[in-house]
Design a protein around this ligand. Structure first.
Ligand code: SF4
Length: 198
């Protein structure tokens, strides 16, 4: 695929406003055959700086929830719907989402995860191609057809939601534990996760 080497986009300039605001393209991280893949919206300031998705405060909430589920960040793949930071952290436009969608589709095709977890409203809507009320739909599992393949998708609130609203924390942690279970990773994590509780 043009501008893509393996799972990495190298020199894409399809979104003029994002080319202007980014300091680098932030590609997905984690195993190229991960069973569990997390999908976020777009890189923020910290991600743009560090070149890795979900670092900073949201990233530590995700790390905590993974740890609680008996997993660690290197066990999973984490990527975004758009790979370049939007100016002033605005949402990516539908045009930018569609510009970057081919790269995401290719990444999903190559990684072939058992489960995709969408973190927040934007990635959920992007993947499901419909409007999503994420607070009420968080925890739902749906099958989504992309290209030749059907993917199992678990919807989740964004980890930052737990920072604004502490009452969402438990639900978020439960969703991540469920993700470990559904992806089959809970079985290979030395029994650290207590998934029978959910
Ligand atoms: S967001 Fe995606 S499509 Fe747009 S410039 Fe960056 S890599 Fe290219």
């Amino acid at each position: 695929m043009e501008h893509m080497e393996g799972l990495c986009v190298t020199d894409c300039e399809r979104c003029p406003a994002l080319v202007e605001s980014r300091s680098r393209i932030v590609n997905g991280v984690g195993p190229d055959d991960a069973d569990l893949l997390f999908l976020g919206e777009a890189p923020g300031a910290k991600e743009d700086e560090g070149g890795e998705p979900f670092v900073g405060r949201s990233g530590s909430v995700l790390d905590d929830a993974l740890r609680d589920a008996g997993l660690a960040r290197p066990d999973v793949r984490i990527t975004n719907c758009v790979r370049c930071r939007p100016p002033e952290n605005r949402d990516p436009t539908s045009e930018e989402l569609s510009n970057c969608r081919g790269y995401l589709a290719r990444e999903l095709e190559l990684v072939e995860p058992e489960l995709i977890v969408t973190l927040g409203k934007v990635p959920s809507q992007n993947l499901l191609d419909r409007s999503v009320a994420i607070t009420s739909e968080s925890g739902s599992v749906v099958d989504v057809r992309l290209g030749e393949r059907s993917h199992r998708v678990l919807l989740s609130v964004h980890p930052a939601a737990t920072l604004y609203d502490r009452s969402q924390r438990e639900g978020f942690f439960e969703t991540i534990a469920r993700a470990a279970d559904l992806s089959g990773l809970a079985d290979s994590s030395n029994g650290q996760a207590s998934l029978g509780d959910f």
